[in-house]
Design a protein around this ligand. Structure first.
Ligand code: CA
Length: 242
C-alpha cells in the first residue's frame, strides 16, 4: 500500500513537472527536461515493491472452531464446526494435540473412518488466476506409507502425495505446496479430499489463496509502467515536432 502511495506521489509530481514544461517550456532545454522527467518516472515505476496480496481464505490454519478437538475429533459431512469450512464428504479428523501442527495448534487428517473432504467458498473474478498454498504432511501412525490427497477449484484439480517414512507426531515433516487455478465463476469452492480407504491419511494445515492476476484490473506496477511508456511517447512526439 505504501508503495502505491509513493508512486501516486511520484506520478503527481511528474504531472506537475509536465504541466510546467508544457506551459512555460520552449526550445531544446524543455525537451531535455521532459526526457529527464520521463526517465525519473520510468525508474520510479520500475522500483515498485510487490504489495502483499490478501489471503481470501478464512481460518486457513483451522485454529478457530465451535468444538475443541482435544487430541483429535472425528467430523462427518456436512459439519461446519470448523469456522469457515464445511466437511464436504466422508469423515475427517480434526487434530489437536495428537500431532504437531504446521501452524498454530490444530490441523486436519483428511481420512477419518475413510476418505473425507473439506471445502470453503470465496468470491473470485472470472478469468483471474489464483494461487492455493497449503502445508502437507501425513498421519505417521498407520499405513499406507504414501498418503495421497486432491485439491480442486474452478473445475480443475491436482493430486499430491506425502511419504511418512521417518516421520512421527512430534516430527511431521510438513512441506509447503502450491497450485494455481483460473476462476470460472464469481464464487469458487476450494476443496481438499483424502484419497484412499485408510483411516490415516494426508495431513493439512495453513491454507491460503491469493489472487495472482485479474483480467479487468491491471496491477499498479504494470499500469504505471504503461503510463510511463505513454509519457516517453509524448517526449518522442515533442522531438518529432521540433
Ligand atoms: Ca493450524
Amino acid at each position: 500500500m505504501l508503495s502505491i502511495i509513493f508512486l501516486r506521489m511520484e506520478f503527481s509530481k511528474m504531472t506537475q513537472r509536465l504541466a510546467k514544461l508544457m506551459i512555460f517550456g520552449g526550445g531544446k532545454h524543455s525537451l531535455l527536461k521532459l526526457s529527464i522527467a520521463s526517465s525519473v518516472f520510468a525508474v520510479s515505476a520500475l522500483i515498485v515493491t510487490p504489495v502483499q496480496a490478501a489471503n481470501l481464505i478464512q481460518n486457513g490454519s483451522f485454529e478457530t472452531a465451535t468444538v475443541n478437538p482435544g487430541s483429535f475429533l472425528q467430523l462427518d459431512a456436512v459439519s461446519t464446526a470448523i469456522t469457515g469450512w464445511t466437511v464436504s464428504q466422508g469423515t475427517i479428523d480434526y487434530i489437536g494435540t495428537f500431532w504437531q501442527a504446521s501452524e498454530g495448534a490444530r490441523s486436519l487428517d483428511l481420512q477419518g473412518l475413510a476418505s473425507g473432504g473439506i471445502q470453503q467458498t470465496f468470491n473470485t473474478t472470472i478469468g483471474a488466476t489464483y494461487r492455493v498454498t497449503f502445508d502437507l504432511a501425513g498421519n505417521p501412525t498407520g499405513n499406507p506409507t504414501i498418503k495421497e490427497m486432491r485439491v480442486s477449484a474452478g473445475g480443475n484439480s491436482a493430486d499430491f502425495s506425502f511419504d511418512i517414512t521417518g516421520k512421527s507426531p512430534s516430527n511431521m515433516g510438513w512441506v509447503s505446496k502450491s497450485w494455481d487455478f483460473t476462476a470460472n465463476s464469481i464464487t469458487t469452492t476450494l476443496e481438499f479430499t483424502g484419497l484412499g480407504n485408510s483411516t490415516t491419511g494426508a495431513a493439512l494445515d495453513n491454507v491460503s489463496v491469493i489472487a495472482l492476476s485479474s483480467p479487468s484490473i491491471p496491477e499498479p506496477s504494470s499500469m504505471l509502467g504503461l503510463l510511463g511508456l505513454g509519457v516517453l511517447g509524448i517526449g518522442s512526439a515533442f522531438k518529432r515536432q521540433s
